[in-house]
Design a protein around this ligand. Structure first.
Ligand code: TYM
Length: 325
């Protein structure tokens, strides 16, 4: 039996990158009866960039509704908000003291964020340690994530090994990332990595008219309608390829190469594809966003199972550190 664990930050509504990079692969793994899945909302992490409590609460609901919209079985698996289990923060503190400063200073995501953000706070710096705590608290084996999280997973293993070395035995279980080679990094509408902080994302749950506006904004070159186009260097084609079947991709490729097919046509095709492919998740998402009491009760029901496991791990850690006697 493998324990699967992953988290999504509540710093915005989930976008296509989160859905294809983490949510769908994680739900696929959770359907294997041999696996046990732990999916949580990283609301403590979101505090590094988002200070508004009202917005955070709204984004927590949107993330929970997205997991349910894509078929996560909350009865079979465990689903909770990170902030409700205090052991995440407690273990993060202990692990901070096992994390070399240069490891954090050299983290790619910290360097990227600190160049872009005005508020470069200490939470942003120690973000990977809290992430390590999230994973290690639950003895998780497999972590389905996008490629951008690879370094954080390496740091998690490194921190856990340092702790285990002190303990003289394997108290913390070393996890493995699971990164879908086909998906890797989903591009945003400007061709950079799709990200909440770059404002280049596609929110598949938008109203139809707003979704259409966003797809129209996808960057393309200036080739005219009649000219043949290079599908391999076009963002709309890349996005379409991530969603469509092999035959549909081949048909779209022929249209690009033949000419007489404009980027506007391709963007319209992508927009229609998103609406059709995600019709059912859009319906379920809207249902939960309107029935928030039901959503809240689902989220709360997973807490006691998560807490029991977290408390078991933290008591072993406290023993090693001399905090229990
Ligand atoms: P977040 O919310 O930034 O991203 C959530 C998940 O979505 C993936 N992702 C992408 N995948 C492909 N292409 C993209 N453009 C793209 N953008 C985002 C991310 O790789 C991630 O898997 N630090 C985590 C949250 C977290 C976590 C954890 C994850 C906190 N604790 C413990 C796993 C285990 C994050 O970046 O969230």
């Amino acid at each position: 039996m493998a324990r699967i664990l992953t988290g999504i930050q509540s710093s915005g509504r989930p976008h296509l990158g989160n859905i294809l990079g983490a949510i769908i692969p994680a739900i696929e793994l959770s359907k294997n009866p041999k696996n046990e899945s732990f999916f949580f909302i990283a609301d403590l992490h979101s505090l590094t960039t988002l200070k508004s409590g009202t917005e955070r609460a709204e984004f927590v609901r949107a993330i929970a509704a997205t997991w349910l919209a894509f078929g996560f079985d909350h009865n079979k698996n465990v689903f909770w908000r990170q902030s409700r289990i205090q052991e995440h923060a407690e273990l993060a503190w202990y692990l901070n003291c096992f994390t070399p400063f240069p490891m954090l200073a050299n983290a790619t995501s910290f360097k990227e964020k600190s160049e872009k953000l005005a508020d470069v706070n200490a939470g942003l710096f120690t973000y990977p340690v809290l992430q390590a705590a999230d994973i290690l608290l639950y003895d998780a084996n497999i972590i389905p994530v996008g490629k951008d999280q690879k370094q954080h997973l390496e740091m998690t293993k490194d921190i856990a090994s340092r702790f285990n070395q002190l303990a003289g035995k394997e108290i913390l279980v070393l996890p493995e990332p699971k990164i879908d080679e086909r998906i890797m990094t989903i591009p945003g509408i400007d061709g950079q990595k799709m990200s909440k902080s770059y404002h280049n994302y596609i929110d598949i749950f938008l109203l139809e008219s707003d979704l259409k506006k966003v797809t129209k904004k996808i960057l393309s070159d200036s080739k005219g309608l009649e000219e043949p186009k290079d599908p391999d260097n076009d963002i709309t084609f890349k996005m379409y390829s991530l969603l469509a079947t092999d035959d549909e991709i081949a048909a779209m490729r022929s249209k690009y190469v033949a000419g007489g097919y404009g980027y506007g046509h391709a963007k319209q095709a992508l927009y229609e594809y998103i609406l059709e492919k995600f019709a059912e998740p859009r319906r379920i998402f809207n249902y939960y966003m309107e029935n928030t009491a039901e959503l809240e009760s689902i989220l709360t029901s997973g807490e006691s199972k998560a807490r029991a496991i977290a408390q078991h791990t933290i008591s072993k850690v406290r023993d090693v550190l001399g905090f229990s006697s």
